[in-house]
Write a protein that binds this ligand. Sequence first.
Ligand code: SF4
Length: 647
Amino acid sequence: MKETRDSIVDVWGERTPHVNGKWPARVDARTVEEPEKWVQSACILCSNDCGLDIGVKNGRIVGVRGREADRVNRGRLGPKGLHGWEANQSADRLKSPLIRRKGQLTEANWDEAMDLIVQRSKEMVNKYTSSAIGFYTTGQLFLEEYYTLGVLGKAGLGTPHMDGNTRLCTATAAQALKETFGTDGQPASYADIDTTEAILHVGHNTAATQTVLWSRILDRRSAPNPPKLVVIDPRETPTAKEADVHLAPRVGTNVPVMNGLLNLIITAGQIDQNFIDEHTVGFEFLKETAALWPPERVEEVAGIPASRLRAAAEILGAARTLVSTVLQGVYQSMQATAAAVQVNNLQLIRGLIGKPGCGILQMNGQPTAQNTRECGADGDLPGFRNWDNPAHVAELARIWNVDPGIIPHWAPPTHAMQIFRYCEQDSIKMLWINGTNPAVSLPELPRIRRILEKEELFVIVQDAFMTETAERADVVLPAALWGEKMGCFTNADRTVHISYKAIDPPGEARSDLDIFLDYARRMDFRDKDGRPLIKWSDAEGAFEAWKECSRGRPCDYTGLSYAKLSEGPGIQWPCNEQFPDGAERLYTDGVLIRPPTTARTSATTFARARIGHPRSIARATRGAALFCMRPITSRHTKSPTKTIRCG
Ligand code: SF4
C-alpha cells in the first residue's frame, strides 16, 4: 500500500502556507495496488467535492489521488476522501432487485421489479391521482439524476409531493439566501479564503466537516498576514480551539448573539453607509431590532461574556474583508433561517459582498445538496424557479413542452415531514425513497418506522445497501455508487465537477439515472406533441437538457459541457457567455441577479423571529429584520423598472 500520510492520525496533513495569496498544491494519495489507469472524478463525501482521480486495476478501485489543478483542493484529500472508496467493494452491497412476497424480501429481476412499480403507479394515478405518489430523495445523487427525477415527478406524474433529506439541513441555507438575495446560490468563493482578513464560522465545525477547507484555512493562518478567526459554537471543537475569539452561546440563542454583534458594529459606526443606501432596503428596521441587544442583554440570554462579544465585534467590524460561513449549528437550531439571515446582514451592513476576500457561504452538508435544490428533485422548481410565479411555471412548461397545469404550483411544495404525515393519513399511498435512510435519520423514529411499515403504503427503496429503510420496503432497487456511473455535481462554492464511470456496479445494480429513465419509459410519459417527455437516454443527454433548463437563471450552466469539465480544475456556475470560465463570486456589482422573494416570504421570516418558539426565547430572539439586497431597478438596467417576482 502507498499513502502520502496516515490521514486517520494526521487528519489535515502538513502545513503548506499560502504564498502571495495563492494556496500551494499538495497532492495526497492512497492506493492499495498500483493502478492500471486513473479516471477523473471528485470526492462525494462532503460538500467540498475535492477533485480526485480514481485508480483502477482489474475492474476494481484500488485507490485515489487528489487532482493538483483542482480549484477546490489543489490536490489535497481528507481521511474520508482517501478511504471512502473502499465502500464500493463492501460485501454487503445490494446486487439484485428485491420484492416483498408473503412478508419476505425475495430476489427478483429488473423486469419484475419495474413492472410492479409501474403497475402500482398506474393504479394510484387512475384511482387517486398522482398526488397519491411521493418521492423522498437525497443530497448524494448526481445532477443528471436529480433533473431526470424532477422532470418525471413534476411533469410526468405532476405530484407536489417531492422533497429530499436536504430539508433537514440546507433548506435553511436556501431560504436564507432567498430572503437576503432573492435567490439560492452562494455569493462567495473558496478563493476568498485565500485573501480575506477575517473569517466567521457560525455553527460550523469546519475542521471536522470539511477537512480540506480547514487545511486551506490553517494554511492561511500559518502564512504571513493570517486572517483573524471568530467561531460561534456552543462546543469546544477543534475549529473553536483555533479561533482568536470563540463565542460559546447557550443552545438556541444564535439570533441574540448575531443581533448583539450587529448592534455593536452599527453603534461603532463600522458600517458601509454608501453600500447600504445604494444596495439594500430595510436598514433602519434592522438597526432598531439590533439596538434591543446590548452586550449585557446578550450575556444574560446567551451566556456570552459581554467583553468577549465586544472582542468578536471588534474583529468583525474592523476587518476590511470578511468571509462568513454557516452550517448545522445554525440550520438545526432555534430560529434557523432568522439566524442565518442575520449572518448575511452582517456582511451587507459592512458592504462586504461581491468583492475579493468577501462573502457568505451558507454551507451545504451533503456533497450534492446544491444540485438537489437546483434541479427540482426537492420541492423547488428547477433552476431556482418559484412555484408561485406563473411566468416561471409557463417557462418550464415551454421547456418541457407540457401543459402548465400538470406542473404542481397550486400550493407550496410538500415538505418532507408533511409527506410522511400524508403517508400516515393514507393520502400518499406510494413512497419512493432513494439514497437516504429515513428509518434512522428523521425525527420521531418510532412513528416514521410505523409509517414505513404500514400495509396501505407501497414503499420503494433505491439504495446501494440494505438499510433500515430498505428492510421495510415493498420493492428494493440496487443502485450504483459513485465511481460506478457518470455524471456531475456541484459543491458549496458553486464549483461543478465531472465524475467518470471507473468500474462496473456489482451484480445487477444500476445507476439511479438508468432506473429513473427506465421508469419514465415504462410509464410512457409524453409531452404535448406525443413525444417522450424525457428525451435523453444517458448522463450527457440529461446534462444537455439541464443546461437548457438553467439558461438565463442564476445557476446558468449553459457555458459548461462534459468536454469542458473534463479539462481540469472544476468550474463555477454561472458559466455562460458572460462568464465563459465561470463566475468567481456573485453580486460583484452589488445588484441582485433577481429581486428578493415575495414580501410574503420575508414577512414569514420576521414572524418566525418574533413568535416562532417558546415565549421566553421568542422575546429573547426577536428580530431577524426585513433587511435584504435591493432588487434590480431601471437605475441598474437602463430599461423601465420591471417587476419580476421571486428569482
Ligand atoms: S474535504 Fe470532503 S470532499 Fe474533500 S476529501 Fe474530505 S470528505 Fe472528500
